[in-house]
Write a protein that binds this ligand. Structure first.
Ligand code: UDX
Length: 435
């Protein structure tokens, strides 16, 4: 075991908690993961993982002698020097983040006076750390350090993002805690930025809001491109060559989804509103993103004349490829809108696990793309799964009732598909018609 090996308790066995635990174990630390869901802990104890994340299962297996999973909070902190809080902070009805799971963990730490530090990785409103510090002080834990250490990992490449981050943000004004956390990250390939707690909390919200804004900006440019005859992909490629702007997050599409951008942008807006400030730019970003799948349905309706009794195939359901996550996926809004217009739905996705309720309960799911396309009046590329590039589109064309594709991720070459007899609508590009 590494000389600098530490003992860490991780609260929350979700995406973030498990990736944090696996990566810290990989760095040589001993990690005990605590979750309140018995089934989740039972699976982990049996060597299974309850979520899909590339590389995570292998990393947990490789480091299993340094990893323990428990339902018992006191067992988790018994030997720990650092308690990492990685529980979810879902939105409440007011748009604020629900911090009840964080407070439940803090309550279990009241007797853990042997801890050196409590660290929050969950995304929280600015000011949460100050409140936690007060709670720790009131519990007599003045000597226990506190830090915010936000995560910037994207699903599908979370392990790589954790081990090779653009930056490690450590928010604490306490030098000993900053030094301890810096040591904990030894072996990670990324610069450490230490700052006060509130600023660290804001870095996370600001980063996600800016990325969401960048996506929304290109989606708005795409809408103007459609009206004026420009091609958004060419525009984004050339705009992105400016080193001050960069090409990342300039892919126009059906809008952002997932567990972070929608929730965090709404949380930042709610936080600003609570101070009496209307974050106008963010209001627009959220509104434009909500409209994005609705615009697609309207365009499809214009093309087909009506959507009533039209059979529409949705290709991809997850919010992005490489994950089974359906949280805030644009596909769900698309599916609901199409059903509301009277369409019937077929769908295909290699990994999605949709809730067995509407709209998905009303969609026919097929194991192959070609089966989902059979008899369809139109297909919408919702998620840019690479399998779509390997599909036998010539066979599919002959099996579709109308060879109409709506490429919601601009992944297919319109000219090539038009040559093959398809009409291809896409985002921010001219509609290509069969030649
Ligand atoms: C994001 C952040 O990248 C990560 O740093 C943060 O910690 C959590 O939120 P994630 O939600 O996993 O990660 O996905 P990401 O790959 O960033 O994509 C988010 C959404 O934006 C997806 O719906 C994706 O399709 C969309 N997107 C992304 C675009 O529409 N266009 C782009 O150019 C990039």
């Amino acid at each position: 075991m590494a000389a600098s090996s530490r003992s860490i308790a991780v609260f929350g066995a979700g995406y973030i908690g498990l990736v944090t635990a696996a990566c810290f174990a990989q760095l040589g630390h001993r990690v005990t993961v605590r979750d309140i869901q018995p089934e989740r802990i039972r699976l982990l104890q049996a060597g299974d993982i309850p979520i899909y994340e590339p590389g995570l299962g292998d990393m947990l297996a490789q480091n299993k002698e340094r990893l323990t999973f428990t339902l018992d909070a006191s067992e988790a902190v018994q030997e720990a020097e650092v308690a990492y809080i990685c529980v979810d902070t879902p939105p409440t009805a007011s748009g604020d983040a629900d911090l009840s799971r964080i407070w439940a963990v803090i309550d279990t730490l009241r007797d853990a006076s042997h801890l050196a530090a409590v660290v929050v990785k969950s995304t929280v409103p600015v000011g949460t750390g100050t409140r936690i510090r007060t709670a720790l002080d009131e519990a007599g834990l003045h000597h226990v350090g506190y830090a915010s250490n936000p995560e910037f990992t994207a699903e599908g490449r979370a392990v790589a993002d954790f081990l090779h981050p653009d930056r490690i943000v450590i928010g604490t004004t306490d030098d000993a805690t900053a030094a301890l956390l810096t040591r904990l990250h030894t072996g990670i390939d990324g610069p450490v930025h230490t700052m006060d707690v509130a600023s660290a909390e804001m870095v996370k919200l600001a980063s996600n809001a800016l990325l969401a804004t960048k996506i929304t900006f290109i989606n708005e440019i795409a809408t103007v491109c459609e009206a004026t005859g420009a091609d958004v992909t060419q525009v984004a490629d050339a705009v992105g060559l400016d080193h001050r702007l960069g090409r990342h997050f300039l892919n126009a599409g059906l809008g952002y989804g997932g567990s972070c951008f929608p929730k965090d942008s709404r949380a930042l807006r709610a936080m600003a509103s609570n101070t009496g400030y209307s974050f106008q730019l963010l209001n627009s970003v959220i509104e434009v993103n909500d409209l994005q799948p609705r615009r697609a349905v309207q365009r499809l309706k214009n093309e087909l004349g009506t959507l009533r009794n039209r059979r529409i195939a949705l290709l991809g359901m997850t919010f992005k490829p490489g994950t089974d996550d359906m949280r805030e996926a644009p596909s769900t809004v698309l599916a609901s809108r199409l059903l509301a217009e009277g369409a019937t739905l077929t769908c295909w996705d290699p990994m999605a696990r949709p809730a067995p309720t509407e709209p998905w309960a009303l969609a026919e799911r097929h194991p192959t793309v070609v089966q989902a396309l059979t008899g369809a009046d139109a297909a919408v590329v919702v998620t840019e799964w690479p399998q779509l590039l390997d599909t036998d589109w010539n066979t599919a064309r002959d099996l579709m009732r109308t060879p109409l594709l709506f490429d919601g991720r601009n992944m297919l070459d319109p000219a090539e598909f038009a040559q093959a007899g398809y009409t291809v609508m896409s985002i921010g590009r001219a509609t290509a018609r069969p030649c």
